[in-house]
Design a protein around this ligand. Sequence first.
Ligand code: TEU
Length: 544
Amino acid sequence: MNKAWWKEAVVYQVYWRSFFDSNGDGVGDLDGLIMKLDYIKDLGVDVIWLNPMFQSPDKDNGYDISDYYQVMEKAGDMKVVERLINEVHQRGMKLIMDLVVNHTSNQHPWFIESKSSKDNPKRDWYIWKDGVDGKEPNNWRSYFHPTPWEYDQTTNQYYFHSFAVEQPDLNWKNPEVRHEIYQMMRFWLNKGIDGFRMDVINLLAKLEGFPDTETPYNLSYLGNNPGIHEYLQEMNREVLSAYDILTVGEIPFVTPEDGLLYVGENRNELNTLFHFEVADDMKTWDMITFKQIQKRWYEGLNGQGWNSQFLNNHDHTRQVTRYGNDHIYRVQSAKLLATMIHTLPGTPYIYQGEEIGMTGVKFNHIEDYNDIAMKNKYLEEVAKGKDSTQVLKDLQLLSRDNSRTPMQWDNSENAGFSVGKPWIKVNPNYVDINVEADLNSHDSIFKYYKKLIALRKEHDVMVYGDYEDLLEHDDKLYVYSRTLNDITWIIMLNHSDDEVELRLNDMYAQKENTLIITNYADVNEEESLVQIRLRPHEARIYQI
Ligand code: TEU
């Protein structure tokens, strides 16, 4: 396996509007991020991924961009971005930004022109179609609406939007569009950023002819269509190949076989990807499914392409709430999940607040939610006549706002996030769960992350080791090995609320086993590895 800095790196995701507010307007900002860079640096991470901070009407929290060359006022301005890049680099870290080029805002001048008339030179920069029998051109759905087609009176045609009405999809077939985007990418790379997280990058190519589908609810027809690899190879040739950067594609609906087409080392497309098999197939924790997903992806990419590991981000409920135990065993569970993500094959991602075990929220009123996906879904279901209290309840667990509440810094008002009124409510548990409390605790989650990240720097086996699942059929214990040359690590995770006995075969009984890290304080280091009792949510790594 070829070595690369981005394989060895740990990435920390900053959702800046909820990170730290420097000017008291209730919204986090880039100056606030700069003020907290030493905190991030202390964790030991290598790369920061910054969610979109470009000019935007902010209908989808920055994923609807109206000017790729300007900075959203809420976030700061170009000078602050330049300072941010510089301050990150001074601390020996790198910065990657979101690249959102499947769609723009409907307020982008390109779309305003495109919409103005059928013969406008930019008409073809977006996707316009005639209706069929006075209705939408086909029966597809969009992520956020019952249809991806929005009727526009000016020209009596519909435009296509994979997400919100305010996010029209660009027409990547048009070479002028591609040229403009590549130029914009060079602009940011030349400013000194170190790569891109590419928003729904596999959606760029649309299915030829937009045919009706028999399964409108399965949105997979939106992605991985013919033409996508030509676009990405062109992007690589025109832009990416000239820089030593990290590119990570957000790629829903992808199998390992198709994944290799995006990240295969001989493909000249992207470095790595996020797939969504865990998020899409596991509403809550499901050990057997998780093991199968890990195995398939390991075997599919092994030696040929690189994966990423994450369990949450700004779209997905905080991991300790969704996949762990956020009440009795919150601390152990948060550390167990971290142990797992940092020892599975691929580059690990940490989503802000995860390192202190922040949890999801349940707001009692729909008005307290901000997420456009959740609000639209709520309205859609209520319009069908469903009981609104029940609809709210059903949507709570997966609401994207679960992970968007402000970072909990201390137990002062608004969790120390802002002196103003936060744009979204703070999780009331900030009084107990916050950075200050965690750092002062004998059982600090932050310090455990720090140790894990430091281990990755010292031990190549964590990055490049072969992976083997030693207990494929157990639904509580996850036990696997990573092996590099003559070094083998055994990772033991008891992902359950019970004490469970683990029996491994005799080859693990040697005396020289070294305990590398554990999330329980009182482990008997002399214990034989052949027969171990693992306590609830206990995690251990041994070198044998
Ligand atoms: O998210 C796209 C998206 O919704 C999926 O990747 C989803 O997470 C996956 O299919 C699993 O179900 C990106 C951004 O992260 C999100 O915040 C934006 O709203 C969206 O694109 C539109 O730009």
